[in-house]
Design a protein around this ligand. Structure first.
Ligand SMILES: Cc1cc2nc3c(=O)[nH]c(=O)nc-3n(C[C@H](O)[C@H](O)[C@H](O)COP(=O)(O)OP(=O)(O)OC[C@H]3O[C@@H](n4cnc5c(N)ncnc54)[C@H](O)[C@@H]3O)c2cc1C
Length: 404
């Protein structure tokens, strides 16, 4: 039974988020088009201050750390509103990868780690990154890591090579996934270690250019070398060898957050497509929306967005009610389903806009460039489909092991 009612209190909160987005964030878009994230940061800092003043900041952060303490389902609703702008989540301090790092620090951090890393992160004073994927090994096989953290007295000495460490440029610390127990079973080999980015041996190699854009600051993805990078043993998050268990805690909610953000993008793209179809005439007195192929785009998009949203809300509801483990099928399904809906809706919206669709005069082109990766990060489509199908087949008596 799905329980999708939204309380009056939550409706009011969503109204305040919508109002703030219209007033403070969408208003910035015209002047932000084509500019780097770093050049926008001072303006965004002022908008963040106003979000703090209006008590909208950090919606997903527990109240004890200064946030609103929303449940997954509530945060999913807010995320859709914020997703309508490329910087909505950043403004509210619920952007990846910081949101996931806050989550694991809250769940697994020591009092000292919370004071040093979580508190300033939750206040939006610093940024962080998550450093797991390696160029030499397939990221879709998370147990295949070469980065090692070797115990030396009261320290770990980390050596390794990572890439796609999103937001490393300007981050204060990285959460590094490194092998600490090479002889343990595959899922017990790695630990998560907090590495301040000013630690000697933390080498920022480059910002990786993505489809022609190198990006900057929070909106960038870096290659990092860890060369004899020494940090105290107290910087380990959770138990030794618990890295994968913690990664699962981080990825389930993280996927819901991404999916709902994508629904915000879909709704905005859909709205832009409909507005343009209603006004752009292809012949005198004949707007695009009179053409059946465009009507097909609109109808298919509406149905697909609604279907994706129902699946996502159900997954968020299940996490709230039954926990992440019970919701893993739902989370796998929404990850690939919603990412593909996003891609199709964006493609149709661009097509309806014609040449305008590929310019930076609307947010569509930037989303097209930056959100193609949705079908790859946090598990490529194929990995989620395979995991879901194997779990379903198991219920029918067929045990299929993950291909290794
Ligand atoms: C924009 C972006 C941001 C990212 N941010 C981060 C970050 O902050 N931190 C971090 O650590 N990593 C990050 N990543 C890395 C991301 O998690 C990996 O790209 C992802 O896990 C896939 O790993 P890979 O790129 O090594 O692809 P591979 O593992 O080499 O896979 C390549 C392709 O093979 C196919 N494939 C893989 N497995 C199977 C299978 N079982 N069956 C069929 N086909 C399969 C899929 O199509 C996949 O896309 C980011 C990636 C991108 C693109």
């Amino acid at each position: 039974m799905f329980d999708f009612e939204v309380s009056a209190e939550m409706q009011a909160l969503l109204g305040r988020y919508r109002d703030f987005m219209d007033r403070e964030v969408h208003a910035l878009e015209a002047s932000a088009a084509g500019r780097s994230f770093s050049s926008l940061e001072p303006e965004l800092a002022k908008v963040r201050d106003r979000a703090r003043a209006e008590r909208l900041f950090a919606p997903q952060v527990p109240k004890e750390h200064g946030g609103l303490g929303l449940s997954f389902r509530e945060h999913a609703l807010v995320s859709e509103v914020l997703g309508r702008s490329p910087v909505g989540h950043y403004v509210m301090n619920c952007q990846a990868p910081d949101a996931g790092n806050m989550e694991i620090l809250h769940l697994f951090g020591t009092a000292e780690q919370k004071a040093r890393y979580l508190s300033p992160l939750a206040r939006g004073e610093i940024r962080s990154c998550f450093s797991m994927t390696e160029p030499e090994n397939a990221g879709s096989n998370p147990t295949w890591l070469s980065t090692q953290a070797v115990r030396d007295g009261d320290s770990y000495v980390i050596d390794g090579h990572k890439w796609f460490t999103t937001s490393a440029d300007g981050a204060t610390f990285a959460v590094v996934m490194a092998v600490t127990q090479p002889d343990a079973p595959p899922y017990a080999r790695a630990s998560m270690i907090l590495v301040p980015t000013d630690t000697p041996g933390f080498e920022h190699v480059r910002k990786i250019s993505i489809m022609g854009h190198q990006g900057s600051g929070w909106a960038s993805h870096s290659e990092i070398r860890y060369r004899a990078c020494r940090v105290p043993v107290q910087n380990r998050l959770g138990d030794e060898g618990a890295g994968f268990m913690i990664a699962q805690e981080r990825l389930g909610p993280g996927r819901i957050h991404h999916c709902m953000r994508w629904m915000g993008i879909c709704e905005r793209a859909f709205e832009l497509m409909c507005q343009y179809a209603a006004k752009r005439e292809v012949a005198p007195g004949k707007p695009l929306g009179t053409r059946q192929m465009v009507q097909d785009f609109i109808a298919e998009s509406r149905a697909e967005i609604d279907a994706a949203k129902l699946l996502i809300h159900h997954a968020a509801w299940k996490i709230d009610k039954q926990g992440q483990y019970e919701a893993r099928n739902e989370v796998s399904a929404i990850k690939f389903y919603a990412a593909n809906v996003l891609q199709r809706v964006l493609d149709r919206a661009i097509q309806v806009h014609g040449g305008l669709g590929v310019t930076d005069d609307t947010p569509l082109a930037a989303w097209w460039v930056h959100e193609r990766a949705a079908r790859i990060y946090d598990g490529p489509d194929e990995v989620h489909k395979s995991a879901l199908a194997r779990r379903i087949l198991k219920q029918h008596g067929l045990v299929v092991k993950a291909e290794g």
